[in-house]
Design a protein around this ligand. Structure first.
Ligand SMILES: Cc1cc2nc3c(=O)[nH]c(=O)nc-3n(C[C@H](O)[C@H](O)[C@H](O)COP(=O)(O)O)c2cc1C
Length: 273
């Protein structure tokens, strides 16, 4: 397996591709890996591989892409967070092969993608991603987009990780032993780079919350910010796994007082070896 922290910190959304089709070998590796992807919520996520030309698919923010992957999930409890978790595993794996992706939840002709993906009743297709090889230089549009959302920066750990209670920043001596995990969470991608995840640390428990902004949830996409929390959870649990630590993802709401618009999502409990 690849070095996780390097892949996480090296990955950037890629919106300008060099126009080469994904090689048969890479396509096979991606499809095989996708079949192995699971999430802690036990919610199946299926992947549809869509040729851009065949289905006449495009996105106004992308150029040079020839292939897309659409993620599809049933409208069931925990669908959004499970979707975020599973789709991000594919995103990271793709990057480890040198294949660029961009989570796309908004900037696409949704109906065309849904039709091509064969979406059926009771399913939703929250996001898709292009798959391809990054061009040598970003388009001007892409460069401006990245500036607009501050894509090259992230919130500091103090704003994301709390010590036992809401908004009590985790002191630096408690950050040190988990500094790599913190970095992995910080560098997760999120819709409009809003980074809506917050984590309350309490002994062996890491309670993940969604700090919601307005305008990120819809019937077709689900709650994009829950998807973001699923992505952060994916980075965190993959990080623990890479460090050889045992952990489980469970529902263990500590019932802390939290402000309006903040919702408990799930707990990662580390277990003794
Ligand atoms: C759930 C989700 C939805 C997103 N939707 C879009 C989108 O519709 N169009 C787009 O250009 N980027 C989209 N993005 C990409 C984010 O803008 C990007 O991840 C963020 O700005 C951080 O930049 P980075 O991925 O290069 O680290 C989305 C990201 C996530 C996680």
């Amino acid at each position: 397996m690849y070095d996780l922290l390097t892949v996480i910190k090296g990955r950037k959304s890629v919106r300008t591709f060099d126009g080469r089709p994904v090689s048969a070998g890479d396509r096979e590796r991606l499809e095989q890996y996708a079949q192995t992807i699971e999430n802690p919520f036990g919610v199946p996520v299926r992947f549809a591989w869509l040729d851009a030309q065949e289905h006449n698919l495009s996105s106004p923010v992308l150029s040079g892409e020839t292939l897309y992957v659409a993620g599809i999930v049933g409208k069931v409890p925990c669908a959004d967070v499970a979707f975020g978790y599973s789709f991000e595993k594919l995103v990271l794996y793709a990057w480890s092969l040198g294949i660029g992706t961009t989570w796309i939840g908004g900037t696409m002709k949704r109906e065309a993608f849904e039709r091509a993906a064969g979406l059926s009743e009771g399913e939703m297709m929250p996001c898709v991603s292009p798959l391809g090889y990054p061009a040598g230089k970003r388009s001007i549009k892409e460069t401006l987009m990245r500036k607009g959302v501050g894509a090259d920066s992230r919130l500091p750990a103090e704003k994301l990780f709390f010590d036992g209670a809401w908004n009590e920043s985790l002191p630096s001596e408690k950050q040190v032993p988990i500094s790599n995990l913190i970095e992995m969470v910080r560098w997760a991608p999120s819709a409009v780079n809003r980074q809506p995840w917050r984590i309350v640390v309490s002994n062996n428990d890491f309670h993940f919350y969604e700090k919601r902004d307005k305008g990120y949830a819809g019937e077709k996409t689900g709650d994009l910010q829950k998807i973001d929390v699923g992505i952060a959870l994916c980075h965190f649990t993959m990080g623990l796994e890479a460090q050889g630590k045992r952990a489980e993802v469970i529902a263990a709401d500590p019932g802390l007082a939290v402000p309006d618009g903040v919702e408990y999502i799930a707990t990662v409990r580390t277990l003794s070896p």
